[in-house]
Design a protein around this ligand. Structure first.
Ligand code: PLP
Length: 376
């Protein structure tokens, strides 16, 4: 059997163990310590933002961001339908209601026109949405200017779900820094990983202070344990932050490798009319966390599934795009503003192996299998 080629697997840099070792030496195993502080400093410097709070997942970061905005029972929160369920679950943790917005075809992210239609319609129905969760899927920036101008016009705050977009930029400015708060993930498949983890970033000291308070069981200022709010156990451990510090030393390389993966696939396959890649718009810089494409309707009748299954047989992992949230059994009863784009993307879209640890040999193996299907 040939070596399995994964979609996106962890890629350690080498210094991670040193930082973990430090934590052991100093017995800074828990709860906090130098690794957490330094990892947060790495993140703020990298993003050019004032504050970062290291947490145990991106989902936790989004949950705390929503609590910071005062999201509560029966509030309505706007979010793209085409995303991972973790963009939506925290809305429901707060007993609020997601309002789904379809994608636009250029970036596959939230369609600004539909966003404005939806806001107007929700207001007409008697409730102004409380927040917009703006996802940058697969590392590709959304149409941020358009969305921020709508957010400003209706005075609805934006939280950026940049879980897949660490290192991406829009007009030169890092994603995650445009909204009131930004959410990052260091889950195992992301561009850098702490094995599991996340962060909330912001320029607002009050949001940051509150997030830290809630993430550490909402303990009031008293010598004993005093609580006047519900808290959470959401902080990142000092051991895992050590992995994060090592990963931040190599993040530029990881971005370059993922972008090189995209360029490899694009330059070798873009001449096939059956395949179309998701590419950057003017002013965009994508980390190309995953290289994604759609298999268009074609004379050879080749489908996305033909490709996915053929590659699976050859021990190469590819994956359909995210299944839209408005089609998910658990979310389908919530309001959705649709234009057909996300459903078409789900039917035709494919994520290609995109790890920063793919070798040239791996990439050529994927390419030759893709070509063998596309050549019919
Ligand atoms: C991974 C991811 C999250 C959640 O991050 P976790 O760290 O896995 O909790 C949220 N949103 C999107 C779009 C993601 O891809």
């Amino acid at each position: 059997m040939s070596k399995k080629i994964w979609l996106s697997s962890p890629h350690m840099g080498g210094e991670e163990l040193k930082y973990i070792h430090d934590a052991f030496e100093k017995n800074w195993i828990a709860p906090l310590g130098e690794n957490v502080n330094e990892f947060e400093k790495n993140l703020t410097q990298f993003l050019n933002i004032d504050y970062a709070t290291a947490l145990n997942s991106g989902t936790a970061a989004l949950h705390l961001a929503l609590i910071n905005l005062g999201v509560k029972r029966d509030d309505e929160i706007i979010v793209a339908s085409l995303t991972f369920s973790a963009s939506v679950n925290p809305i429901v943790y707060q007993a609020a209601s997601p309002i789904f917005i379809d994608s636009e075809p250029d970036t596959w992210n939230m369609d600004p026109e539909l966003l404005e239609d939806a806001i107007k319609d929700r207001i007409n129905r008697g409730k102004k949405p409380k927040a917009i969760i703006l996802v940058h899927l697969y590392g590709m920036p959304a149409k941020i200017d358009d969305i921020l101008s709508i957010s400003g016009k209706y005075d609805i705050p934006v939280v950026e779900d940049a879980a897949e977009a660490l290192g991406s930029k829009y007009q030169g400015k890092p994603l995650g820094t445009f909204g009131e708060m930004g959410v990052l993930s260091f889950n195992g498949n992301k561009i850098i990983t702490t094995s599991g983890g996340g962060a909330m970033v912001s320029n607002n000291p009050d949001y940051t202070k509150k997030a830290l308070f809630l993430a550490t069981q909402a303990r009031d200022d008293a010598p004993h344990y005093e609580h006047s709010e519900i808290g959470y156990n959401y902080r990142m451990s000092n051991i895992l932050a050590g992995i994060g510090r090592g990963q931040m030393e190599v993040i530029q390389d990881r971005i370059e490798k993922r972008r090189a993966n995209f360029n490899f696939y694009f330059s070798n396959l873009n001449n096939y009319e059956e395949i179309e890649f998701l590419t950057e718009q003017t002013g965009f810089f994508s980390n190309y966390w995953l290289t994604t494409c759609i298999i268009k309707e074609n004379a050879k009748h080749i489908t996305r599934e033909d490709i996915r299954l053929k590659l699976q047989m050859k021990d190469i992992e590819t994956r359909p795009l995210w299944k839209p949230m408005h089609l998910q059994p658990i979310f389908k009863h919530y309001p959705a503003y649709l234009n057909g784009v996300s459903e078409e993307l789900f039917e035709k879209g494919l994520c290609l192996p995109s790890g920063s640890n793919l070798t040239e040999e791996d990439k050529y193996r994927v390419l030759s299998e893709l070509k063998s299907v596309l050549d019919g």
